[in-house]
Ligand binder design. Structure first.
Ligand SMILES: [Zn+2]
Length: 301
């Protein structure tokens, strides 16, 4: 997510930049079916192949007694603009919390273990949660060794900072355009304290580039960040599933195991996390009732 004016000054420079890709654009409602039973009721709105697939899934689901769970696990919700408190809302859920245009954390969500990014060998004035520091430091070191030195553009942002950020971009770009590149308060991954907007060391803010993802630092991150537990939340060409326009500088820390799994899946983080959140619990393996073992009569004596 793009930050506030304080961190993103010369607005006029942005003409021809990424905002121009979405002139007056509105958040499109995705083709993906809605979760749970709504999939079934909205069948007529879906493409025939999708509808057939959904119907087949439903039959299978009913047959296995897992109807609701299976259907919702296969359905990423549309990028609806709403305020629903996300299911994984505890601080301990940091790697699983789904935040988008619909799901949010509350204004009270403010991690107590924020540390300066200076502890990771990067520029200061930005904070992430304490457990992010070690992998952030390792990643910054590796990037530097590869000639792709990184700097932090923005990291943790509070609910109130995000509220003014979004209000600012709404005034500058209009509400619909702001929705594309800025999150409303509570909806930003920056509020988790695990998300960093990077820039090239010595460079300007990444959104001033035609595509920062093609710079040395941007390319290195795209190829290597997952090894250090970071994933690009809003990859190119995935707007319909991420709900936001391409942001090659915005990386969220999910831990090395989850980042590797997301990388291997080929899914955008939102898709992956949604599936994890809604996946049916594994059916318990039936346990055979133990039969009493016949005991050989012990010979007397
Ligand atoms: Zn961001």
């Amino acid at each position: 997510m793009i930050p506030h004016r304080a961190q993103r000054p010369a607005v006029t420079v942005r003409s021809g930049g990424r905002r121009a890709l979405w002139p007056g654009a509105k958040i499109p409602f995705m083709n993906a079916p809605t979760p749970g039973s709504r999939v079934v009721r909205s069948g007529l709105l879906m493409r025939p192949t999708t509808a057939r697939l959904a119907a087949l899934l439903l039959v299978v689901a009913l047959a296995t007694g897992l109807a609701a769970t299976v259907v919702s696990a296969s359905s990423l919700p549309p990028c609806r603009v709403a305020d629903v408190t996300t299911a994984q809302r505890a601080y301990a859920d940091w790697s699983r919390t789904v935040l988008d245009t619909t799901y949010r954390v509350t204004s009270a969500y403010a991690p107590g273990d924020l540390r300066s990014t200076r502890n990771a060998g990067l520029n200061g004035s930005h904070r992430v949660r304490a457990f992010v520091i070690a992998d952030l430091r390792a990643m910054a070191r590796a990037a530097r060794a590869a000639g792709a030195r990184l700097a932090v553009q923005s990291a943790y942002r509070s609910y109130s900072t995000q509220r003014s950020t979004f209000a600012y971009w709404s005034r500058v770009s209009g509400y619909a355009a702001a929705l594309r590149s800025s999150a409303r308060a509570g909806h930003s991954e920056h509020q988790l304290g695990t998300t960093v907007d990077f820039r090239s060391y010595g460079g300007s803010a990444p959104w001033y580039y035609r595509d920062w993802g093609t710079t040395r630092a941007g390319t290195w991150l795209r190829n290597n960040a997952w090894k250090y537990g970071f994933v690009m939340s809003y990859p190119r060409g995935k707007t319909s599933v991420t709900c936001y326009s391409y942001e090659p500088w915005h990386y969220r820390y999910v831990g090395r195991a989850t980042a590797a799994a997301i990388h291997a899946s080929g899914l955008a983080p939102r898709e992956y996390l949604w599936r994890q959140q809604t996946a049916p619990k594994p059916t318990p393996t039936p346990v055979a009732t133990p039969k009493p073992t016949p005991v050989e009569p012990t010979p007397a004596g």
